[in-house]
Design a protein around this ligand. Sequence first.
Ligand SMILES: Nc1ncnc2c1ncn2[C@@H]1O[C@H](COP(=O)(O)OP(=O)(O)OP(=O)(O)O)[C@@H](O)[C@H]1O
Ligand SMILES: [Mg+2]
Length: 336
Amino acid sequence: MFRKKKRPYLLIASRAPGIVDAVPEEYPVREAVSTRGAAQALNEVRPILAVVDTNELTETADLPREALERTLAALQEDGLLVVPPADFLTEPERWLGEALLRTGLREGVRLMPPRVVLVTNYVGGVGKTTLSLAMAKRFAEQTRLGAAVVEAGIGGSVLATRLGGERPSLYEIVTGQAKASSWNGADVYPMSGREAQALADDPRLPAVLDAVQRAHPLTVYDAFPSNPLWRIVLGRATDILLVTDPRDEAVAQTESMFRDLQPYIEERGLRLHLAANKVRTWGEKVAVSDAAVRLAYSERLAQEYAASLADPLLNLLYPGWEQMRGKKNGKGRKNR
Ligand SMILES: Nc1ncnc2c1ncn2[C@@H]1O[C@H](COP(=O)(O)OP(=O)(O)OP(=O)(O)O)[C@@H](O)[C@H]1O
Ligand SMILES: [Mg+2]
């Protein structure tokens, strides 16, 4: 069977053994061994992903290494993903997924790279739990790849109460008493503060969290900083989503949280995203103008865990997410 749609190219400019074998067969590959070859390939096939170590390439007289590096840097600004060969070899599917997402291609959905998101803030009632659930629901429904929400708050479990029904807690799951329950296609792991305390020293916990993260390309930790597992979940995050609302005191507390997290984020190379929720007026919008995403106040949307709340946030986690959605609705589709 032949395909109607041509798949995007990958450029492999590296001699690392096994590197071409690491590319899934259905993706066409251009290879290059010299700086000129690499530049020509970039021009001719417009790859979405370049696996390249410029130091490995033979330098041709007409194209110095630095010139190729500048070209790569410029193309990166336009969405090309450049990955060192060693990184690519450890997780080829993941990098391909990242590249497909950036270009907003539907195929990206099959190869969603894993994200572990810590949704947090000291400030209460800003919508952390609501937005965690909205993202998981939307991700699960759109990709069918599975999403998880793990609660790590204080006091009793809000998640179990809010969602209703039989909701085994993470504690019951770790101790082998039950399996996770599902909500709108997402697996949920409620947990009270006391259960978190009991799990903090449980040697079985890391393996269970590893398994949760492996099984769900999107894992959300709805976490409060004074939860006993805070350090553990912070250590697992790839992304931190700080949620605030436009009230002065909320913004001030968010700033202080940001300052507390900043050294850690830099050290670990995490991505930090700031989202302002419950924005009602133009004045409030101005008050949170630094936020990457501003979500309007709407009780209806909050109660529905609506896609319109989730999509802008998922787009921060998976650049290209909203573009993909647009294509699905028939907008901007070229190949049909
Ligand atoms: N965009 C929104 N517009 C209107 N109401 C919202 C919005 N987002 C959340 N809410 C509402 O705000 C209330 C608090 O939300 P939520 O419980 O998600 O906040 P939280 O930050 O998790 O709170 P806590 O700090 O207690 O864990 C809920 O009633 C929720 O429905
Ligand atoms: Mg909450």
